[in-house]
Design a protein around this ligand. Structure first.
Ligand code: BGC
Length: 386
């Protein structure tokens, strides 16, 4: 790693710490808050305009991402046009068009639909504007220059591992338990939005991990719905997952059998699934997985309602995207650590993958509080400060 890049990341880290100190939680700040040191940053924008396009403010992670990317870029001397598209594809296309018209020098995009932005990317390429895909791969276009994300397949592996731990089949280190229960356990599986490339990676990683247990009959998907097309959740909507869980309870569990575990691909969906089970009279939850370490779910995990989540530190992802942006604008190629995995249908996009962690009730403190992601007070309240 070059010294300059390290300096950039270090700057981002200092900033994240400052933000955490001021805002009481790196994940919970909102776009309206002025980050510390913003006055100086705002005056020093000779680096030019950078467009940052985020999918939605409904899931809190994207708010944290947007805030952190904006703060990091401003700190580095850029002006930032940060837009949220309300999970509406035409709105996102239009916002990106406007960024290009306004003269953005670089675009950082977390796509709603990974295949819907080819026109915008063509325009960006024609204007010589580098494009960084943020967290979600943009598909079917030559004009994606770099991808910053987490190891999404491994996120799926971690989710399935957590489910197996919850069922007593693996220990907390992920090793087989010698006197593990034989099962069979009735489980159900959910996936994210089919137009989000990540949803496929999460599901593949999880299902590969569950496969031996499904093959030998330890696990049974009682509904028989095991294909991603059958279990996907359009736009990652919590209500849609709740409705599907309700339908499954009626169609496959009205004989009195219990759901004993649920693979949920993120926290928003996990909470919908929990609501469906609670409404059906479940007083104790089976192990239900998640992703994103959203504050409401972290509280549910602390309270023993949701079993696990996956912590993807959005501050680190934001730092990576800022470092990559600085490289491009200095005429250099950002450093990739994966040049094989992310084929977008036209080319393999050079990527920088970050690692994620499984959160259970007993490591919330170590992973989320000690890192300054959430404060103990926020977790107790189940709500982000400010
Ligand atoms: C992200 C997840 C998020 C999901 C829904 C995915 O692309 O990687 O972190 O839970 O979108 O917003």
């Amino acid at each position: 790693m070059s010294t300059r890049k390290f300096a950039a990341i270090a700057t981002g880290m200092t900033l994240a710490l400052t933000l955490a100190a001021c805002g009481g939680g790196g994940a919970g700040t909102t776009d309206d808050e002025q980050p510390a040191g913003d006055d100086t940053a705002a005056e020093d924008t000779e680096g030019g305009l950078i467009g940052v396009s985020m999918p939605t403010q409904v899931s809190e992670r994207w708010i944290a991402d947007g805030d952190a990317v904006k703060a990091g870029l401003e700190e580095a001397g850029y002006e930032v046009d940060l837009q949220y598209a309300g999970d509406d594809i035409p709105t996102q296309s239009q916002q990106i068009d406007q960024m290009i018209t306004k003269g953005a020098k670089l675009l950082i995009i977390a796509a709603i639909d990974g295949t819907a932005l080819a026109g915008q990317l063509d325009a960006a390429a024609a204007a010589g504007i580098p494009v960084i895909a943020y967290d979600r791969l943009i598909r079917d276009s030559e004009n994606v220059d770099f991808y910053v994300t987490f190891d999404n397949y491994n996120v799926g592996v971690q989710q399935a591992t957590a489910l197996l731990v919850g069922l007593g089949l693996l220990d907390a280190e992920g090793n087989e338990v010698a006197d593990a229960p034989a099962g069979p356990f009735n489980i159900e599986v959910f996936a994210g939005s089919l137009d989000d490339n990540n949803a496929h990676f999460f599901f593949d990683g999880a299902m590969e991990t569950l496969k031996p247990y499904l093959d030998d009959g330890t696990l049974v998907i009682k509904s028989g719905q095991a294909e991603i097309e059958q279990v996907a959740t359009l736009r990652w909507a919590g209500e849609t997952a709740q409705k599907r869980m309700e339908d499954l309870l009626t169609s496959s569990y009205s004989d009195g059998t219990q759901v004993q575990g649920v693979l949920s691909p993120n926290d928003t969906l996990a909470r919908g699934i929990i609501t469906a089970l609670q409404n059906a009279g479940y007083t104790e939850m089976p192990p239900i997985t998640g992703q994103d370490a959203e504050i409401a779910s972290v509280k549910l995990i602390a309270d023993g309602v949701q079993f696990s989540t996956i912590f993807k530190d959005t501050r680190k992802l934001a730092d990576q995207s800022v470092a990559a942006a600085q490289d491009f604008l200095a005429g250099e190629e950002p450093e990739a650590n994966d040049t094989e995995t992310y084929d977008n249908g036209v080319k393999v996009v050079p990527s920088y993958l970050l690692e994620s962690d499984i959160v259970y009730a007993d490591n919330i403190e170590a992973l989320l509080v000690e890192s300054g992601y959430w404060t103990a007070e926020e977790i107790a309240a189940g709500q982000a400060d400010g």
